[in-house]
Unconditional design. Structure first.
Length: 193
């Protein structure tokens, strides 16, 4: 989620307060405001679309049950990301998921940037996206998660620290190691026949 696409913090806090008091409309609005971004992160983390909706639903149900524990001084989206992230890791540990690169291309909506793109440009871009997706899946969960949150979701270091429950210094060092690991994995894949 890019910073400009982040839901309004004040509106989130007001909705969270109403939802904590049983307001179904507020619960639905929170779900609609954050569902897509949570879904996107989970897709990148789990690499498979068939169980993501279940994990998204589980995360929001857990969030509604725990709304009374939500700290009003934090951002709602980092709180819900943390819940969704934990739900995804639990699911992933229970079941090792394999990914079809073709399926991931369909699900991520990697459409050409314009209709004017040459077919060769589109094909090369799709190949690069596929290579990066395969390389990401070869990384450790820690490296994959931090790259997804920073590079794909464009989260601030502070928000990543909140989601992953680590310090900002750890975010920086882990991100550096993750970028190096991704680079090494891509180089290794290019060297393969």
């Amino acid at each position: 989620m890019s910073p400009s696409a982040a839901p309004d913090r004040t509106a989130d806090l007001a909705l969270a307060e109403r939802a904590a008091h049983g307001d179904r409309t507020a619960q639905r609005e929170l779900f609609l405001a954050h569902r897509r971004a949570v879904h996107h992160v989970l897709f990148r983390l789990l690499g498979s679309n068939h169980e993501i909706e279940d994990v998204v639903q589980d995360a929001f149900v857990q969030a509604y049950v725990k709304l009374d524990t939500f700290q009003q001084n934090s951002k709602f989206f980092t709180w819900i990301y943390r819940i969704a992230f934990n739900a995804a890791l639990s699911r992933r540990r229970r079941r090792r998921v394999t990914v079809s690169v073709e399926q991931s291309r369909e699900d991520t909506g990697n459409e050409p940037e314009s209709d004017d793109d040459a077919p060769d440009d589109r094909m090369m871009r799709e190949e690069r996206v596929g290579e990066v997706q395969r390389a990401l899946l070869e990384l450790t969960e820690d490296h994959r998660a931090i790259l997804i949150l920073r590079e794909m979701q464009e989260m601030a270091y502070e928000d990543i620290a909140d989601v992953l429950n680590i310090s900002i210094g750890t975010v920086r060092s882990r991100l550096s190691r993750a970028r190096n690991a991704l680079r090494d994995q891509l180089l290794k894949m290019q060297a393969e026949p």
